[in-house]
Design a protein around this ligand. Sequence first.
Ligand code: SF4
Length: 468
Amino acid sequence: MTFLGMPAFPANAAAAVRDSQLRFNLRKATHTIREKRASVVAELPDWARLREAGKQIKDHTLRNLEGYLLQLEEAVTAAGGHVHWAADAREANRIVTGLVRATGESDVVKVKSMATQEIGLNEALAEAGITAYETDLAELIVQLGDDWPSHILVPAIHRSRAEIREIFLEKMADWGRPAPEELTDDPRALAEAARRHLRERFLSTKVAISGANFMIAETGTLVVLESEGNGRMCLTLPKTLISVVGIEKLLPTWRDLEVFLQLLPRSSTGERMNPYTSTWTGAAEGQEFHLVLLDNGRTRVLADEVGRQALRCIRCSACLNVCPVYERAGGHAYGSVYPGPIGAILTPQLRGMSSPLDASLPYASTLCGACYDVCPVAIDIPEVLVHLRGRAPHPRAERLGMRAAGWVFDRPERLARAERLAGRLRRFAPRRMPGPGPLSAWTETRDLPEIPAESFRDWWTRTDGGTR
Ligand code: SF4
């Protein structure tokens, strides 16, 4: 996929922070959304209870996932839909490509979907000679600009209006109806150009691909929340609808959906209600419906007692908008379709930590905890980050150092002896670590603390707790 082979997070972030336009765009956008979110969340006196309910419902569903998935399959099938199970990205792409080929079509329209980005579906379809057209405005900007998404909710958050105008003028004609020559960077003009470009596509394309925000096990209903109406066009007009959905998107009942329809819009766009909420159960009249249930590492995440809470995520992106690291580094630095704090815990769990980039992601955080405070399903992201840091590969010297430290800290008398020794040798202690290397990088921006001549323990004993 596009992100493969990227350097580790620190190198990507160092390049990103030098881009002042990017930092300006990100700061403006994230601060606007986070303020809107804070004000609409403050309106609800029962927000904390809603949040707890969201967490409990998700945890209950994940604990009983197998049963609910089978219930969902039965309900979707009974309503005329077809259910496919995909263990990984390759299998999901093979299934979807086969389904599109069977229709004889070579074009598909897409509703914004993180799951299909995660598996690299557009690239797989392109290899099979099938063109996928993104219809969400921000995804359209990313696709026309031959770019990568950098935010879960606003994938083109790194682009300014002037840049979007340039992209539309240069690239729209390659993908269909061109942008008007007199196009300005007024938001209304840009939206109108996209609307006209996309409408032709909606009316002529026979196959649509979507994800889903939620799936309701009791009735087999899928739910998509969106703001532009493009999703509803894709879900209703084409003859064939294929939905690729992660298995963790399940809710047991419609009653549970009520909680999330309050949590999600307020946390994501800072709105009280979502503009377009589409629900469908099985195949509509005259339409064929396929549901591809995607694992792609999720059951492995589920097996991790600490890390599994990441599967509660409803992709609201509130954690991105408050993260000081994301605000400065931007989404591309995370090298994944899941950027920001949730990406830092989800990507290494889904992909493993064998590449330098994935192993660096649990460190892409200051552990300030702002992400946890805003998360509508109370994912303790700092807890998972620390947990993953423990599992990330570490250089041999660091492992040996930690083992030695563990041995010293294990017994109070060992620690006391080590402190006395360090006090005696303090005049030889460097203020900066020798380099180049990770240790010298650590002291490039901070001094090593001075070692006191007397340890706190010895002082306490000598003065009887400061009384002598
Ligand atoms: S981790 Fe929480 S705050 Fe972040 S995207 Fe997921 S649900 Fe939203």
